[in-house]
Design a protein around this ligand. Structure first.
Ligand code: ATP
Ligand code: MG
Length: 708
């Protein structure tokens, strides 16, 4: 059963019960008031009525309480009983962010990164070869983005259910608490205290300000006869106005403090998310969609605002409603409080139901927005492929479809919002009408002064503003939580390549590397490394030769512990690499990967990445050893030339030589070269080999084609 369905009875029956209860309570208060100055015979009738009223209101409130309790029990049952559709099968390590295009390849045997079969396979290029624009496939049948997004939307919709109901779902967000709550930061705790105090004070002035207006009006009436100008009352009224002003009063102070707190949380969350992503192993990074991960980290900002929404919007709302009920009872009578409750409940009712529709609309906007930006990113980054195949028109057609869907989704979202605002406004107007008529009756019958009417009308805005804010907060919190689901999944994704308890740094006195009967597979059905054993003696150069796809690069990745072996072990100077720290193992190696990539900064910075404290002269020497120094000097800005994204502005050979220079500069104990000189001519290759020989006194392991 859907949880939102269980909430319906509470709202359908609970609301009228609550409102009836309030009316009868109001009547009881009137009865109690009325009996004060009565003569004995009439008083007896009132007294008997009193008990009847109290009994009735107790009965009604008890019914409401029982209904609420049943609802809660129902919720708890739903959490613990899988038979009604709530499961606990969510895998803690389930991957969250994988591209459809690579997910099938990532259906690996690595337990943490099991992926479902790709539900939305992209169309092969050959399949569109001879189509005219009219024949291009349209809509969801073809568009992998939209179908992928539907899969994503479906996944989000089932989160709450899979997590075992709202309570368990929300409980998971507790992992963000240390980043939102400044437990160890005295300064921010102080900010928080001032914030809470100023929010409470603001509630008081919200009442005093309209009340003072009423006082001024009454004094002005008196002034008609006495001729006295109530300037003190006017000054006080202006002072209160200043205190409740949004831009220079207590709300402004709240904003100042809250923005500091939110920024602090955002900082903490962003850094924690970055640390976490960087600590995840290659299995995760092979399968991730970078755009999705970056978006998830960016969601940290949304989550940081939750505290603000709760502290500055939701809690004050509750206070405001309590104060409002008391104050209107004071100004008018208990019936006015009933009207306030009626407006509050009907307003919440409208907000709740329309928000359900709106959340769907918002999800649509977010999904289509994502599809649009992904498509754009894909096209811009694959500009060369589009140009090689002359497919600009085709891509434009695909983009048009995506933008069209995105625009339609936004339109629907705006329409739903407008319907909601209209519904809320109607509730507010109805309430104002009722309270104005009630107040008019009281004034005409001489039960209250005219000033109270003005105070009440002015206070009405103070009552309804928090209602608007609450409606807004409800929507905000819901969308923050939806946004943060991605970040939550990211935080829940744990690395399986971690330091063993008590592991120390690896000691490399000699540099002996040993593989003993190592087994490894990315995919259970297709083992990649099948019981390999080898020894690389100190000073020895080992070359791995094999056909393409035989697992040479994988062996080097296992050695650097990007993955853990599934059977057997790898030892460096007799120490199993799983028993020493990951950091020290990676620090010991200098690795030139098969497809080296550079950062889009200067050549100097890229080479210095090997050793951050190296001097410019040391960088030049490393580049000389890698036979790239002379070439760099011919570039327009020499060592300060920017290399483009991933080093796109360099030739394959230049890129490889810079990657080698980086390792030479690092001067590591062990060198791993993964076809590091495949793009070089024989003469350059032999020069580099000589340089590498001198590098570590001979401790290196190489791969095929290195000729060591
Ligand atoms: N991240 C990965 N996930 C799943 N399978 C992978 C992954 N990386 C590599 N493989 C597969 O593992 C096998 C070995 O790959 P590897 O890169 O080690 O081969 P190689 O011997 O270095 O090949 P080449 O000579 O072409 O560089 C290949 O079949 C490859 O498709
Ligand atoms: Mg390889």
């Amino acid at each position: 059963m859907d949880l939102s369905q269980r909430q319906l009875p509470l709202l359908h029956y609970g609301t009228p019960i609550l409102i009836t209860g309030c009316f009868i309570t109001a009547y009881t208060i009137e009865v109690l008031r009325g009996e004060m100055d009565m003569a004995p015979p009439t008083k007896r009738i009132w007294v008997s009525r009193r008990y009847l009223c109290i009994a009735l209101s107790l009965l009604i409130f008890a019914t409401f309480a029982i209904q609420s309790a049943l609802y809660i029990v129902d919720g708890i049952k739903a959490i613990s009983n899988p038979a009604i559709g709530v499961k606990f099968t969510k895998d803690e390590n389930q991957p969250l962010l994988n591209t459809p295009s690579n997910s099938s390849r990532c259906g690996s045997s690595l337990p943490s990164y099991q992926h479902n079969e790709d539900p939305c396979p992209p169309l092969g290029e050959g399949e569109i070869e001879d189509w005219t624009e009219e024949e291009w496939p349209r809509g969801d049948d073809y568009d992998d983005d939209s179908s992928e997004d539907e899969c994503f939307g479906e996944r989000e919709r089932t989160y709450v259910k899979d997590d075992g109901g709202w309570y368990r779902h929300l409980k998971q967000y507790a992992i963000f608490w240390p980043y939102i709550w400044p437990a160890r930061n005295f300064k921010f705790q102080l900010y928080l205290c001032i914030l809470v105090t100023s929010t409470l004070a603001e509630r008081a002035f919200n009442v005093l300000y309209p009340r003072q207006l009423g006082v001024v009006i009454d004094k002005l009436y008196d002034g008609l006869t006495t001729g006295i100008v109530p300037w003190k009352e006017i000054l006080l009224w202006i002072f209160y106005q200043m205190l409740v002003s949004q831009s220079c009063g207590l709300p402004a102070l709240g904003e100042v403090l809250e923005s500091r707190l939110s920024n602090w949380s955002r900082f903490q969350l962003s850094i924690a998310a970055f640390d976490h992503v960087m600590s995840l192993p290659m299995g995760f990074h092979d399968s991730k969609d970078s755009g999705e991960v970056i978006k998830a980290v960016e969601q940290a900002g949304a989550l940081a605002s939750i505290l603000k929404t709760i502290l500055l919007e939701t809690l004050p709302f509750v206070l405001d409603m309590v104060v409002a009920c008391w104050y209107v009872t004071y100004l008018l009578d208990a019936y006015a409080a009933v009207i306030v409750i009626f407006v509050g409940v009907s307003f919440s009712f409208v907000t709740y139901y329309i928000t359900i529709i709106m959340m769907k609309a918002r999800r649509g906007v977010a999904t289509q927005g994502r599809a649009e930006s992904r498509k754009l990113y894909e096209m811009v980054s694959n500009w060369a492929t589009v140009a090689f195949f002359n497919r600009a028109k085709y891509e434009r057609f695909r983009l048009t479809q995506t933008v069209e869907r995105s625009v339609k989704a936004s339109q629907w979202d705006t329409d739903v919002s407008n319907i909601m605002f209209a519904g809320q406004e109607i509730c507010e107007i109805l309430g104002r009408l009722m309270i104005s008529i009630l107040a008019a009756f009281r004034i005409v019958r001489g039960h209250m002064p005219v000033g109270n009417f003005v105070a009440l009308e002015s206070y009405w805005d103070t009552i309804t503003t928090p209602l608007w804010i609450l409606g807004h907060s409800y929507r905000q919190i819901s969308s923050y939580l939806v946004d943060a689901e991605r970040l939550l999944q990211l935080f829940k994704t744990k690395s399986d390549v971690i330091d063993a308890p008590g592991a120390g740094p690896v000691q490399i006195p000699a540099g002996n590397i040993e593989f003993s009967d190592v087994f490894f597979s990315y995919d259970k059905s297709d083992p990649t490394i099948n019981g390999i054993s080898l020894v690389a003696q100190p000073g020895q150069t080992v070359a791995l030769v094999g056909e393409t796809g035989s697992g040479k690069s994988t062996i080097l990745k296992l050695l650097m512990r990007f993955y853990d072996v599934q059977k057997g072990c790898i030892k460096i100077d007799s120490q199993d690499i799983r028993n020493v720290t990951l950091d020290s193992v990676r620090e010991a190696f200098g690795f030139v990967p098969q497809a080296a990539a550079l950062f889009n900064t200067s050549i100097l910075d890229n080479v210095k990445y090997g050793r951050l404290d190296a001097t410019d002269q040391e960088v030049h020497d490393a580049c000389k050893a890698a036979s790239i120094h002379d070439k760099i000097l011919t570039f327009p800005h020499g060592y300060h030339t920017k290399v483009g994204e991933r080093g796109i502005k360099l030739s394959g050979g230049e890129l490889q030589r810079l990657a080698i220079a980086r390792v030479i500069l690092k001067n590591p104990r062990l060198v791993l070269l993964d076809e590091a000189t495949s793009a070089l001519d024989t003469e350059t290759e032999s020069k580099i080999q000589n340089a590498l020989r001198q590098l570590t006194g001979g401790n290196r392991s190489g791969e095929k084609g290195m000729g060591f």
